[in-house]
Design a protein around this ligand. Sequence first.
Ligand SMILES: Nc1nc(=O)c2c([nH]1)NC[C@@H]1CN(c3ccc(C(=O)N[C@@H](CCC(=O)O)C(=O)O)cc3)CN21
Ligand SMILES: CC(C)C(=O)C(=O)O
Ligand SMILES: [Mg+2]
Length: 270
Amino acid sequence: MPTVRELRAMAGEKPITMLTAYDAPTAEIVDEADVDVILVGDSLGNTSMGYETTLPVTVDDVARHVGAVSRATEEALVVADMPFLSFGVDEADSLENAGRMLKEEGAAAVKLECGPHTVELTETMVQLGIPVMAHLGLTPQHVNQYGGYPRQGTDREGAERIRELARAHEDAGAFSLVLEHVPANLAAEITDGLEIPTIGIGAGPDCDGQVLVVDDAVGLSDWSPSFAKRFGDVRGEMRSAVEGYVDAVESGSFPAEEHSHEEDDLDELY
Ligand SMILES: Nc1nc(=O)c2c([nH]1)NC[C@@H]1CN(c3ccc(C(=O)N[C@@H](CCC(=O)O)C(=O)O)cc3)CN21
Ligand SMILES: CC(C)C(=O)C(=O)O
Ligand SMILES: [Mg+2]
C-alpha cells in the first residue's frame, strides 16, 4: 500500500498508476490489479449520476462513494476529490469537509482543483494532517469560465501561470500534482522542475504517472475525452449479458431447474 510518503518517493522512479472508482466492486477490481492510487473523482457526477458537469456534486455524494471505495480497497491509496465550492469559500468549512473524508470515510488524502486561492489552504490542511493532491491545468469546476473543456497552458502566459502555481503548491506541502489537458512539453517541464510526482491526464507521456476516469479506461462510457483510451469493452460486455437475460426470460429458458427448487411437503397442497 503506497502511503503518501511512498507515493512522493516514486517521482522519477516508477510510473504511478491512478484510476477513479466510485463503488465497491470497481474499487476491488482496480485494487486487485495493483493500481497505486484510487481517486473518488467528482467526475462521478458525469459517470454515475447523469449530470452534464461536476458542479452539482455535493460533499455528501463524494463522502458516500469514498466510504464504498475505502471499504473495498486493501492496498491502493484512496483519494477524495473535493467537489465544487466545498473548499476555498470558508476555511473552517473547507477543513470540516476535507476532514470528514479522512475521519469518517477512510480516505488517505484529498484532491483540490487549484488556483491562487488554494495555496494557503493547502498549507493549512497539510499542517493539520490532511494530505493534499493538487490539480492544475484544466480544472473542470471552472467550466463556466472556460465555456467548455479546452486545453490549458497553450500560450506562454498561461503556461507560466500553471508552472508558478505548481511550484507554489509543492512549497505549500502538496504530495503530488494532477496535470490535466496541458501540452506534453509543458507537463514535462513542470515534472522536471518539481520534487513531488506529477500525474497526467491528457498531459503527455513525461509525467511521473497517469490517471484516467475508470469508465473511460474500461470502455463503459458512452462518451470520453479525446485524450482517453479504452482498454476494454465493458459497455459491450454488459449489453450482451443484459440482452442474454432478456432473451432467456422471454424464451422461458431462465430460470431452469438448477435455479429453482420444490418442497415435497407442499405436494398435497398444490
Ligand atoms: N468520462 C469522463 N472523463 C473525463 O476525463 C472527465 C469527465 N468524464 N468529467 C469531468 C471532466 C471533464 N473532462 C473533459 C471533458 C471534455 C474534454 C474535451 O472534449 N476537450 C476538447 C475541447 C472541448 C472544448 O474546447 O470545449 C478537446 O478536444 O480538447 C476534455 C476533458 C475530463 N473529465
Ligand atoms: C479526472 C480526474 C483527475 C478527476 O479530477 C476526476 O475524476 O474527477
Ligand atoms: Mg475531479
